[in-house]
Write a protein that binds this ligand. Structure first.
Ligand SMILES: [Zn+2]
Length: 314
């Protein structure tokens, strides 16, 4: 009987142990494993993040190598610049440098100024004027003609010039005559006072102006030799060449502003554009560029420097 009782105790103990073991196993399965899965999932997410951020870093490194530390802000600036009417891809680096130095300027001003080389001082980085452009050749403070360049000239008839023997480029002169004749029909009297000037003549003029007003003073109204549009034979000073005459207040000036483009002539140094052209307002200086180009410039109210940069040079 006692033995039977002992057997019963042993069975009971085994039962209890097995039961505890079972609960422990269930507990392990239910709680520990679940937690473990969670933490494994978390680890996977974390790993994923780590991998992603590694990729990001790699991308940034690649970008940095190419674009020199780009930021979203810079991308935004570039996008806005690209939307501007006269944006030139080759000028992008200069636009960005100039904008950084002139944060108060609008994007339109940034584009205009850099296209006209205003991010460089006048008479720096001077290139030879491209004579292959024909009547669209540019001559300004960044583009110069050689001392021996002489265009295809013709001598002007006395009824078109106050200076006997004045010369002008052949095509430009034909259109100049048409313009003067058309004006005459409306009782507007136009005549040339200075057309073609040789390099040597310009040299003498400029040297004398420097003696009188100094380099800075002379540079505001007189071109250095090689930099005068008059050497192209495509320009004419009409009726006067003096600010004191106030040609801008005459009916002749009004007529020219309204009509010169029809004959291929543009006002080359307009009022309030001194910072772009490098010359103070010259209401008398007209430049022949052909009817089509003159019409565009007239309608869009831009300088020839702007036109050339966007339509001819780029
Ligand atoms: Zn002139």
């Amino acid at each position: 009987m006692k033995r039977k009782k002992n057997n019963y105790k042993i069975v009971l103990i085994i039962f209890i142990v097995v039961t505890i073991a079972l609960f422990a196993e269930i507990g392990y399965l239910v709680f520990y494993k679940k937690d473990n899965e969670k933490s494994i999932n978390n680890k996977e997410v974390n790993n994923q993040e780590v991998t992603d951020s590694n990729i990001d870093n790699n991308d940034n490194n690649i970008d940095n190598d190419i674009k020199d530390e780009p930021s979203n802000e810079e991308d935004e600036i570039i996008n806005l610049l690209k939307q501007e009417e006269y944006y030139i891809e080759n000028n992008l680096d200069r636009y960005l440098s100039y904008k950084a130095l002139n944060p108060e300027k609008t994007n339109k001003e940034i584009i205009t100024d850099v296209n006209c080389n205003i991010d460089k001082d006048f008479y720096t980085d001077i290139e030879n004027s491209d004579l292959d452009k024909g009547i669209l050749v540019i001559v300004n403070k960044y583009h110069a003609l050689s001392s021996n360049y002489i265009p295809n000239l013709t001598t002007m008839e006395n009824s078109y010039t106050s200076v006997a023997g004045a010369k002008m480029e052949v095509e430009a002169y034909e259109h100049f005559k048409e313009m003067v004749d058309a004006a005459k029909l409306e009782d507007i009297k136009l005549f040339n006072v200075s057309a073609y000037r040789s390099y040597a003549t310009q040299d003498t003029l400029y040297t004398n102006y420097v003696k009188r007003d100094g380099v800075d003073g002379a540079d505001r109204y007189s071109a250095r030799p090689g930099h005068s549009e008059h050497q192209t034979g495509l320009a004419s000073d009409i009726n006067t060449a003096s600010s004191k005459a106030h040609f801008e207040n005459t009916k002749e000036y009004s007529w020219l502003i309204s009509n010169s483009y029809k004959y291929g002539f543009i006002l080359r140094y307009p009022e309030n554009k001194e910072y772009l052209t490098g010359y103070k307002f010259e209401p008398w200086h007209y430049r022949y560029v052909g009817v089509e180009v003159a019409t565009y410039i007239h309608e869009h109210n831009i300088t020839y420097d702007e036109y050339y940069a966007y339509f001819i040079e780029k």
